[in-house]
Design a protein around this ligand. Structure first.
Ligand SMILES: Cc1cc2nc3c(=O)[nH]c(=O)nc-3n(C[C@H](O)[C@H](O)[C@H](O)COP(=O)(O)OP(=O)(O)OC[C@H]3O[C@@H](n4cnc5c(N)ncnc54)[C@H](O)[C@@H]3O)c2cc1C
Length: 427
């Protein structure tokens, strides 16, 4: 059996943050990083727009501002971001305040999907040079923490301490691990919403502020704005029973005037929290995802704002080459009526947010704007953590979006560093 001092499961930013921090803290430690994907991956591959201002990416149940800032400083020192310039922020802020909404002023950088790939290659090379063993295309399946052994699809591996950071798509896997370790958890929160796609001239704020973070009433917010060479994509999910559903998402390639498609996309999400009776946010979201996939004949749904306002479904013929029209960047999507698929309370708040947004930045309610549904964020596993370093059992740590300690690249990286400080004492 192979033995390592440290196993890190997941090569996303949470895993990276922990790996680089541990190399610094414990020179010579034998570290293995595993990823089930055949390339060093994680969410840094998608768009790689990074936010460096609290509270973006830091769930408030685990992070106070001064603590998050301490780790953000470390992430900044390591990644050396070049922050994007911003303009006219006070004007937008004042307009938002007048409507009872707010605009957060966030330090951001954007590498793009292609730029993220370059960064990943560089980080991977650095890890290799520092002696970290990277095993890609190897999936962790089980854990026995009494024997300090994990089982992968290839072998058994011993450890002194382990970080499990499988991201949002590892949600079910993490829940299985928690059952194996006897750790109690809840997952009562989920974000549900739409992705908006429109022409750049209908959301010109992105020229002043790359990813504007608007907060509206009833826990609705804008999220993950992409522009330039920007695309809506679909992500495939499977329920525990193996039924397939899709969520949409968005990304952009790095800025290059010659390749721009003239489109902008961003999410508008509503946070839903279940209390009494306590329900699983994951299962609730899955039911919505399955309903949309059923209505879309196996695809997510899209509807033009013009059709939505008139209460009619969008049809294939709606997406033509009309003068005011543009081609959806996600072609594999079904023209439909999202109000048939979305719970009315969520839809009402999202539509209200869109009207507010259209008053702050006039344009997004243009009839050609597309609303894609569903966009769902499943990052609300809340394990019973034993300490501030996200330890769940003797020597076992969780971090990142799947474990609920982050909601974005920088927060995930910071969570990895924070977990590594707890792991250090097992070495
Ligand atoms: C399309 C898209 C665009 C995004 N854009 C941005 C953005 O611009 N800015 C931003 O801040 N955030 C963005 N995000 C979110 C961001 O990617 C996540 O917040 C972040 O990557 C979370 O980091 P993580 O380390 O927790 O998980 P991940 O980055 O998801 O990494 C987890 C890794 O664990 C691996 N894994 C899972 N299960 C196992 C297992 N059993 N065995 C071995 N390996 C396993 C996975 O293959 C994966 O590589 C985007 C996400 C998507 C999907």
């Amino acid at each position: 059996m192979d033995n390592y001092d440290v196993i890190i499961v997941g090569t996303g930013p949470a895993g990276m943050g922990a790996a680089f921090s541990l190399i610094e803290k414990k020179k010579g430690a034998k570290i293995l990083m595993l990823d089930k994907k055949p390339f060093s991956t994680g969410g840094m591959r998608n768009d790689c727009k990074m936010n460096f201002t609290f509270p973006i990416g830091f769930p408030l149940e685990y992070w106070e501002e001064n603590i998050a800032n301490k780790y953000l400083d470390e992430v900044t020192r390591f990644l050396k971001p070049v922050f994007l310039p911003k303009k006219n922020i006070d004007m937008y802020k004042n307009r938002a305040t007048r409507l009872g909404c707010s605009l957060l002023d966030i330090k951001q950088t954007h590498l793009g999907t292609d730029g993220g790939l370059e960064l990943i290659k560089k980080l991977q090379k650095e890890l290799d040079e520092k002696g970290v063993t990277l095993s890609l295309g190897e999936e962790m399946l089980e854990i026995d923490n009494r024997k300090k052994v994990i089982k992968t699809d290839k072998r058994e591996i011993g450890y002194k301490t382990i970080l499990i950071a499988p991201g949002r798509q590892g949600f079910h896997f993490l829940q299985n691990v928690m059952r194996m370790l006897g750790i109690s958890y809840i997952d009562n929160i989920v974000d549900i919403g739409i992705r908006v796609e429109t022409r750049l001239e209908h959301y010109p704020i992105v020229k002043d502020y790359y990813d504007p973070k608007f907060y509206f009433k009833e826990k609705v917010r804008t999220f993950c704005t992409n522009s330039g060479n920007a695309h809506v994509v679909k992500e495939k999910y499977a329920t525990a029973r193996g039924d397939i559903w899709y969520s949409v998402n968005g990304h952009a390639f790095k800025q290059d005037e010659s390749r721009n498609n003239g489109l902008v996309n961003f999410a508008i999400l509503k946070t839903v929290r279940f209390t009494e009776p306590l329900a699983s946010g994951q299962e609730f979201a899955e039911h919505l995802g399955l309903l949309a996939t059923l209505m879309g004949g196996g695809k997510p749904l899209m509807q033009r704002v013009g059709d939505f306002r008139l209460g009619s479904r969008s049809k294939t013929s709606t997406f033509n080459n009309d003068l005011y029209d543009f081609k959806p960047s996600l072609a594999d999507c079904c023209p439909s009526d999202i109000s048939l698929a979305m719970p009315s309370k969520i839809l009402r708040y999202i539509w209200s947010a869109m009207k507010n947004l259209d008053t702050i930045v006039p344009g997004i309610l243009h009839p050609s704007t597309i609303m894609y549904y569903p966009e769902i964020k499943l990052y609300a596993n809340k394990p019973d953590y034993k300490d501030k370093n996200f330890q769940v059992a003797e020597g076992v740590f969780f971090a990142g979006d799947g474990a609920g300690t982050s909601r974005g690249i920088t927060g995930a990286w910071a969570s990895g560093i924070r977990a590594s400080e707890g792991m250090e004492k097992y070495l």
